[in-house]
Ligand binder design. Structure first.
Ligand code: ADP
Ligand code: ADP
Length: 225
């Protein structure tokens, strides 16, 4: 059961080909990780899925719908970046509510969904605080809540743990994976950290020089030479 298909996606810049052609299938409910060294094309792939970068060639199909030419707000995608990008002068509740307000969801429903999503990510009772009053790990969870509260059909995570210290990063791996599995949300995760990829993923896509080298479960990839 495919949630998302990348079909022969290519990204060329004037100076070089950054990506492809790549074909990637993401199954419903799985956490698929794009793993590879700096410059291999992970971010480009994720940005193409999000609609932040237009592919030079190829097609994207999400839930059976061709989204190749859809603008980002119409793609039904939740995004979490490396640097959280929370609004510093808005409360946590306002930060999480952002996507729901854009979608003109009624206010009482917003309040309710924001509270429930903050509970899901393990942050009850922080609605009225500001981002600066939270720790790095807590801010990361707020960013996750903000991405998930719109109930997207797919979640994209771009090195979401890389700004956290080593200990917290390890704990957040398990937490993130737990939240992902509880919600059953289809997720594409980008990292250059092999341990992180192997610990968290259903399947790993190994990328190198703009190409997919191998795809498999952590178990099947573990024994590779
Ligand atoms: P990764 O996320 O795996 O580090 P990227 O997707 O950022 O890799 O980059 C893939 C390749 O595309 C790299 O060689 C990078 O230098 C190149 N690239 C990315 N963005 C641009 C751009 N705007 N112009 C030219 N080349 C780019
Ligand atoms: P990171 O891997 O830390 O996320 P990126 O490699 O994605 O950083 O680069 C950050 C920005 O620089 C992106 O907007 C990307 O498109 C741009 N970029 C990356 N490589 C190149 C390049 N070779 N030429 C021009 N722009 C680039």
């Amino acid at each position: 059961d495919h949630a998302l298909k990348l079909e022969k996606i290519v990204k060329r810049y004037a100076t070089a080909t950054a990506l492809g052609p790549v074909d990637i299938d993401v199954q419903k409910g799985e956490l698929l990780t794009l793993l590879g060294p700096s410059g291999c094309g992970k971010t480009t792939t994720l940005h193409i899925i999000a609609g932040l970068t237009a592919p030079t060639e190829g097609r994207l199909v999400l839930g059976g719908r061709d989204i190749t030419n859809l603008a980002p707000p119409y793609r039904d995608i939740g995004l979490v970046f490396q640097n959280y990008a929370l609004f510093p002068h808005r409360t946590i509740a306002q930060n999480v509510a952002f996507g729901l307000r854009m979608r003109k969801v009624p206010k009482p429903e917003i309040t309710d969904r924001v509270r429930r999503m903050l509970e899901v990510v393990g942050l009850p009772n922080v609605e009225e605080r500001y981002p600066s009053q939270l720790s790095g790990g807590q801010r990361q969870r707020v960013a996750l809540a903000r991405a998930l509260v719109i109930e997207p059909s797919i979640l994209l995570l771009d090195e979401p743990l890389s700004n956290l210290d080593a200990l917290l990063r390890k704990r957040m791996r398990l937490e993130l994976r737990d939240i992902q599995q509880r919600l059953g949300i289809t997720t594409v995760f980008v990292t250059h950290d092999q341990d992180e990829a192997f610990e968290m993923s259903d399947r790993v896509v190994l990328m190198n020089s703009g190409h997919v080298e191998q795809v498999g479960s952590p178990e099947t990839l573990y024994d590779r030479p």
